[in-house]
Design a protein around this ligand. Structure first.
Ligand code: ATP
Length: 370
């Protein structure tokens, strides 16, 4: 979205959303268990995790729609204990848009300001600015039923932005859009965030969306944070088997650590010995490692020997191949029995049953936390 006007300016000092030991229970069930998060001013922060892990509950507590059972939540250094949703400097954009169908686009965006009795000239200017920010000024007389999904989501964004919040909360904001429009709106959301410079906190279960939009991501599981980090930290150095598996595709191998050679080794029960990245773990302890499918190199026995820089090289057979457009997913089986997923560009085609070498770098074997 083109930024043709100045973004809203915040007079308040440093913005910081902080959750300290936040717990939320519903009756017997614990939705969020002792959550600690610090979200920096101007950051695009995503909360990512599978259904039911507590993402929305966390967002709703920041918004003030749910009250934490215990712990402390602060926004811009101010405790939110006892502060109702309408007095917080946050606005939420929902997946369902939550627009009023009986009101025009203009009135939908103006609604919050009218309730606050903002003077008419100020109101007109702010609604106009918000609609310009999302490129919907020419649609101001239309009703939500006369808009496409992407246009409705733009109006929902304008309705949140018109309040000039310090923090925008986005609950699966693009979840109702088809894939192509979703990709387009991701770019627009990112541009909007960069143009405004305010904090965006987004809940999503779409890992690709989180990776492409966020400055940092918190991965949640069962009401707890598994890892917080930049997209590349989370993808390249997953801390746990859950993160490795949830973010992208991966191969997990388990075994005992053997030190003493040039590289530490993972020794599996089947007799496979894999050179791995340096680790703090002690000799002979049980470890799990993750190897991303795109890090594994395939070559045929006939045409090319594996490059000597790969510390790991094993003979294998291709079991299955799956064409997905730009890539081919191969399942290969090592002579020791392990099956690995390998991602190949679509111009390299292997046939099921073909003998191959699989190779990868020791540094591409990430040792996971216990
Ligand atoms: P999804 O991606 O499916 O929306 P989520 O990660 O956002 O999932 P939450 O909606 O935060 O998950 O729910 C976390 C847990 O809390 C779930 O087990 C859910 O059933 C429960 N829960 C959420 N809201 C309530 C409620 N109002 N009353 C009772 N249980 C609730």
């Amino acid at each position: 979205m083109a930024q043709t006007i100045s973004p809203p300016v915040h007079t308040k000092a440093a913005l910081d959303v902080e959750l300290k030991d936040i717990v939320k229970t519903f009756g017997e069930d614990t939705a969020v268990q002792g959550l600690n998060l610090q979200i920096r001013q101007g950051e695009f922060f995503s909360i990512l995790g599978p259904s039911g892990c507590g993402k929305t509950t966390t967002l709703r507590m920041i918004a003030g729609f749910e009250i934490p059972t215990s712990g402390e939540l602060t926004i811009q250094g101010q405790s939110m204990n006892g502060i109702p949703a309408h007095r917080r400097s946050v606005n939420t954009v929902f997946q369902s848009y939550a627009l009023f169908n009986h009101m025009s686009v203009w009135d939908n965006v103006a609604f919050g300001l009218k309730i606050k009795h903002i003077p008419k000239t100020d109101l007109r200017q702010r609604v106009g600015e918000a609609l310009t920010l999302v490129q919907m000024e020419s649609f101001s007389k239309r009703y939500p039923t006369q808009l496409s999904g992407g246009q409705k989501q733009r109006v929902a964004l304008a309705r949140a932005l018109v309040n000039r919040p310090a923090v925008m909360l986005l609950d699966e904001p693009l979840g109702a859009l088809d894939l192509k429009l979703r990709k387009q709106m991701q770019v627009e959301l990112s541009n909007l965030h960069q143009g405004l410079g305010i904090t965006f906190i987004m809940v999503t279960h779409d890992q690709e969306e989180a990776l492409s939009l966020s400055d940092r991501i918190a991965v949640m599981k069962d009401g707890c944070i598994e890892q917080v980090g930049s997209p590349s930290e989370i993808y390249e150095h997953p801390a746990t088997a859950f993160v490795a598996d949830f973010i992208g595709d991966t191969n997990l191998l388990s075994g005992k650590l053997r030190t003493g050679s040039d590289y530490p080794l993972l020794a599996t029960n089947s007799g496979l010995q894999v050179a791995i990245a340096p680790t703090q773990h002690t000799d002979t302890c049980d470890i799990d490692v993750s190897i991303r499918p795109e890090k594994i190199h395939l070559s045929t026995q006939v045409n090319s020997e594996p490059a000597p820089t790969y510390q790991n090289c094993f003979p294998a057979k291709v079991k299955h191949t799956l064409y997905t457009g730009p890539h081919i997913h191969c399942i290969i089986e090592l002579t020791t029995g392990e099956r690995l997923r390998v991602l190949q560009p679509n111009y390299i085609q292997y046939q099921p049953g073909e003998s191959v070498y699989v190779s990868w770098l020791a540094d591409d074997c990430q040792v996971l936390a216990d």
